[in-house]
Every structure is written in C-alpha cells, then in structure tokens.
Design a binder for this molecule. Structure first.
Ligand SMILES: [Zn+2]
Length: 257
C-alpha cells in the first residue's frame, strides 16, 4: 500500500467528514443531498469537489457566486490523510492500522464539531464506545487464546471504566467545588468511548496529555488576551488530539510516562 493511495483515500474520506461535521449537529442526512453552496444553493460539481485541490484552485470560493468557503474544509481534507499516514508509519499495514483508522476518523469528526459548536454528539460517542467495547472483547479473547495473561487481556475492556472514571471524578469534583460545570458530560462520554480502544494505561496517559495540551492552549489564549479564564475550551478536541498522539507516539511516550 503506497503513501499516495492512503493520501487519496484519506482526503476523500476527509471530504465526507466535512459533510458529517456540518450536518450531524443539525440532525441532517450526511448522504443526501450532495454538497451544495450554502449561499447560492447550487450543487458543487465533482470537478469542483476534489479534496484540497479544488479549494486552492478556486481560491476558497464558490465557482458560481464567489461566496467564501471555510478554511476548515481543506484543513480536514488534509489532516485526515496525514493522520492515517502517521498510523501507517507507526503500525504498518495490519489490523491495528485499520482499527485506529476507524478510531481516528471518529475523533476527527468529534473534534471539529466540538471546536465549532462546543458540543460532543451522543450519536457519535455512543457508537464509538459500542464499537470500542466489541473490539476490546475481541482483543481480550485473542490475547487469552495465545496464552497471554488475564490482567493484560482485560486491560482493553477496562479502559472504558478508566476513561469514564477519571473524567467523571473531575466532573463531579469541579461541580462540588465550584458549583459550575467545568467539563461537559459529553467529555466524560468521549473519555469512556476511547477507553476500550486504548486500554487502561494508554487512556490514562492520553487523558493526562489532554489536560496538558488544554492547559497550555488556555494559557496561550489568555496571554494573547483572546479569552477570559472562565471561558470554556472545546476540551473534547483536546481529548481527541491527545488520544491520537498517544497512539502515534507509543514508544517515545514510554520514556516520559
Ligand atoms: Zn455559491
């Protein structure tokens, strides 16, 4: 499998993820109608719908009416294949690669919806959790069949409770201390959903990394006077990014943690 094939496949999926990011929060179908300009409502022809390239060629505008399109479209079309390539370089072309491609696809859609709307949809985190639990059960069974230890085998299914437990503790603790919501319940559900994909150890490391990244970003925004301390961050996007980074940097991270 060549880099080019992964890139083309990834950018086409990224194009579809853009549709999901835009339409899922509004409760609209992601399949029909085909992409159209939000201003002049004309359908975007296949020639004008080539990932990244069409945006550059048309300078980010509708070919008919010139309405500007968000930079987020080419960004998602570019980031998706880059994320897939990272997984390919880390895991090679096997079952883990495919599993993590599914996971990171969910994470991309969830992260961008969270950035746009400060919202993590149950319609995404529930299926992600269900799939993760199925996969973790299969992994545990495989591990036991090959004579592995029980504790290691159950690490993946238990990741669900580890992820949920940490964020639920923070969620409840914050409400108790400050009488306000620091995190959303959506963040708790997302942490639970990625748990069985990563296993206990990795999900804890990923959540720790997400707190680091989120705090750093908050400090940067406050330093730039773009935000007040009480303003909310799309924390789900940081959980998603941290989970992906943890998958990618497995070996290196073991030196840190
Ligand atoms: Zn238009």
């Amino acid at each position: 499998m060549s880099f080019a094939a992964i890139f083309i496949f990834g950018s086409l999926l990224g194009s579809f993820f853009n549709v999901c990011i835009r339409r899922l929060p509004a409760g609209k179908s992601v399949l029909v109608p085909a992409s159209y300009c939000f201003k002049c409502r004309r359908a975007i022809s296949p020639a004008h719908n080539i990932p990244v390239l069409s945006y550059l060629f048309l300078r980010g505008k509708c070919a008919f009416c010139g309405a500007p399109f968000s930079i987020q479209y080419p960004l998602v079309e570019f980031l998706t294949p880059v994320f897939y390539l990272g997984l390919y370089l880390r895991y090679g072309f096997g079952s883990e690669f495919f599993l993590y491609v599914v996971l990171s696809s969910f994470l991309i859609v969830i992260a961008f919806i969270d950035i746009n709307r400060m919202l993590i949809l149950d319609r995404l985190s529930y299926p992600l959790a269900a799939l993760g639990l199925l996969v973790s059960g299969w992994r545990a069974a495989m591990h036991l069949r090959s004579g592995g230890e029980l504790m290691q085998a159950v690490s993946y299914p238990l990741g669900f409770f580890a992820g949920a437990g940490v964020l639920l503790t923070l969620y409840v603790g914050w409400r108790w201390l400050r009488h306000e919501e620091g995190l959303g319940l959506g963040d708790v559900k997302l942490a639970a959903a990625i748990g069985p994909w990563l296993g206990v150890r990795m999900v804890l490391e990923a959540l720790f990394l997400s707190f680091l990244l989120g705090s750093l970003w908050g400090v940067v925004l406050i330093a730039m006077r773009r935000k007040q301390l009480k303003d909310q961050l799309p924390f789900g996007a940081f959980i998603a990014l941290a989970a992906y980074l943890r998958l990618l940097l497995g070996v290196e991270c073991k030196l840190i943690f």
